[in-house]
Design a binder for this molecule. Sequence first.
Ligand SMILES: CC(C)(COP(=O)(O)OP(=O)(O)OC[C@H]1O[C@@H](n2cnc3c(N)ncnc32)[C@H](O)[C@@H]1O)[C@@H](O)C(=O)NCCC(=O)NCCS
Ligand SMILES: Nc1ncnc2c1ncn2[C@@H]1O[C@H](COP(=O)(O)OP(=O)(O)OP(=O)(O)O)[C@@H](O)[C@H]1O
Length: 198
Amino acid sequence: MTKLVGLTGGIGSGKTTVAKYFEELGVPVYIADSEAKALMNRSKVIRRKLIALFGNEAYLENTLNRLFIAQQIFNDKKLLNAMNAIVHPKVASHFKRWVNKQDSPYVISEAAILFENGSYKKYDFIITVTAPENIRLQRVIKRDNSNKQKVEAIMANQWSDQEKIKRSDFVIENIDLEQTKIQVRKIHKKILKLTSKH
Ligand SMILES: CC(C)(COP(=O)(O)OP(=O)(O)OC[C@H]1O[C@@H](n2cnc3c(N)ncnc32)[C@H](O)[C@@H]1O)[C@@H](O)C(=O)NCCC(=O)NCCS
Ligand SMILES: Nc1ncnc2c1ncn2[C@@H]1O[C@H](COP(=O)(O)OP(=O)(O)OP(=O)(O)O)[C@@H](O)[C@H]1O
């Protein structure tokens, strides 16, 4: 049976960067955040529910109005939870179907939100990517042309690294990319060993 590995970390920690390194080693990777956005654009059921929650502004033409939604949810926990309750179950079932099509000892699902919504329970192993908050902040400001206030609002809705580390099987400290690659290779070998024993 294919084992499920969750890959998480706070905004700007380097989850996607790490996920790519695993992909280079031949591990199938599911990027939950991109899949969530694709489903929010594609699924009529989700669209109807999001419009009921946020109003018509939730979509511009036929495309998810990401800026508007981000402005609403990251300053309002109730709305964030309501949106998650609409989107996350659909992502979970899409992920299940995707896993069934893979032929690999293990697969990785990269998700910003994993402990926060209880979805960590479905994984056999969890990897958390960490980096100091000030570094993460600078990375995201540079990547998204964002600002401190916006990034901090998102951070406030995510668990701290400390909380995540306590519950993780593997931790990757992503500061120097070469070191990160080395850590990825080591963890890959360990997971292969563990999955062959199960
Ligand atoms: C709110 C949306 C539209 C904003 O889109 P936008 O392109 O501006 O930002 P982006 O996707 O890069 O998100 C910025 C960062 O916010 C964080 N984040 C995203 N969704 C969530 C969430 N539900 N809860 C907490 N943090 C989140 C991530 O660290 C992410 O990198 C988008 O994040 C979204 O569709 N979120 C819902 C999907 C989701 O829950 N994803 C989380 C993993 S499944
Ligand atoms: N070790 C590193 N050194 C320098 N830059 C890095 C490093 N790791 C990642 N980056 C850069 O920092 C930014 C954030 O990385 P990445 O997108 O992988 O993070 P993420 O955790 O997936 O973020 P998000 O939660 O926003 O999706 C990217 O522009 C990436 O290229």
